[in-house]
Design a binder for this molecule. Structure first.
Ligand code: NAD
Length: 314
């Protein structure tokens, strides 16, 4: 049975990935320090004999025997990664060095959960993988953006220098059940505010666009990528190319929750990109993948999850 390590496995994406890998019959070691993840996210897996949990901080070396590593450990939402920015950079950089060191020692294949944030505030739309990005190196988002960029550098240097089998996946906005209710990300924000009939916060005029990928689609791409031949290193964009403005999203969430909320307009935060949309041509060609779940269907699942978390009966 193949032994797979998932760092950040108790987080939003990590817990879905662990479930899916277990479902496929693999032996999963989930490592997490519960910085943003939770026991609740993995409670259905704990009793499974193919699942093992280890509380560990990836900024420290890890000595385990595995054949594949999915490196997801890192707080992903601005409120969490800006809370302790030095720790965020350490998790990205030291975490990558430690996991790459582990991969080198045990000759494991390793996949990095990178991000569309490596493109910063892009001048090119949609963003292909060949675009190098426009990132502020000294801003409040830099611990995450530059941390992830440095992690990508490390992955490619380990590949060039030590012939490691690497996969670098650039993940665009993903949403779904098990998102943190207070992480300040737009989908969770809107749903929680709508369910509580509180004002829905729109930054700027709400004309900035985002594209949203449902978690099941994203996890499918991640596992497909891990199983590609060794010469496929990425980076590969994965996300949903269909764009929505923040206003459109707010209106859809309000409709699906039958909310009485009003819109509340606030100033744009620093370095907030105006537009972000993946070019997924490479993912289509190399992985034979594209997202299938429509925003409305994914939102219904997510709203159902948040109703349970918030104890709201329908
Ligand atoms: N969700 C998205 O839309 C998105 C988009 C782009 C990239 N990503 C990347 O995907 C990965 C997972 O994101 P997520 O949305 O599931 O976020 P998340 O915050 O829910 O999960 C991150 C997990 O990593 C753990 N963690 C943080 N620091 C750690 C450390 N030092 N040692 C061990 N564990 C640590 C957290 O406790 C948490 O369980 C992250 O690397 C993120 O950058 C996510």
């Amino acid at each position: 049975m193949k032994k797979v390590l998932v760092t950040g496995g108790a987080g939003f994406l990590g817990s879905h990935l662990c479930s899916q890998l277990i479902h496929q019959g693999l032996d999963v070691l989930c490592v997490d320090n519960f910085y943003t993840g939770s026991k609740a996210n993995i409670k259905d897996l704990i009793a499974n004999p193919n699942f093992e949990f280890m509380r560990h901080d990836v900024t420290f070396p890890l000595y385990v025997e595995v054949e594949e590593i999915y490196n997801l450990a890192c707080p992903a939402s601005p409120v969490h990664y800006q809370f302790d920015p030095v720790q965020t950079t350490k998790t990205n950089v030291h975490g990558a060095i430690n996991m790459l060191g582990l991969a080198k020692r045990v000759q494991a294949k390793i996949l990095q959960a990178s991000t569309s944030e490596v493109y910063g505030d892009p001048e090119v739309h949609p963003q292909p993988e060949s675009y190098w990005g426009k990132v502020n190196p000294i801003g409040i988002r830099s611990c995450y953006d530059e941390g992830k960029r440095c992690a990508e550098t490390l992955f490619f240097d380990y590949w060039r220098q030590h012939q490691l089998q690497i996969k670098v996946q650039r993940i665009f906005n993903t949403y779904g059940p098990k998102m943190h209710p207070n992480d300040g990300r737009v989908i969770s924000n809107f749903i929680v505010q709508a369910l509580k009939n509180e004002p829905i916060t729109i930054y700027g005029q709400g004309q900035q666009t985002r594209s949203f990928c449902y978690v099941d689609d994203l996890i499918e791409a991640m596992i497909l990528f891990m199983n590609t031949p060794d010469d496929i290193t990425g980076p590969i964009n994965t996300g949903n190319p269909i764009e929505f403005t923040m206003l459109e999203l707010a209106e859809l969430v309000m409709k699906l929750t039958s909310s009485k909320s009003k819109l509340s307009f606030k100033p744009l935060p620093a370095d907030d990109p105006q537009q972000r949309k993946p070019d997924i041509t490479l993912a289509k060609n190399v992985l034979g993948w594209e997202p299938k779940v429509a925003l409305e269907d994914g939102l219904k699942e997510t709203i159902h999850y948040f109703k349970n978390v918030l104890n709201i009966s329908s």
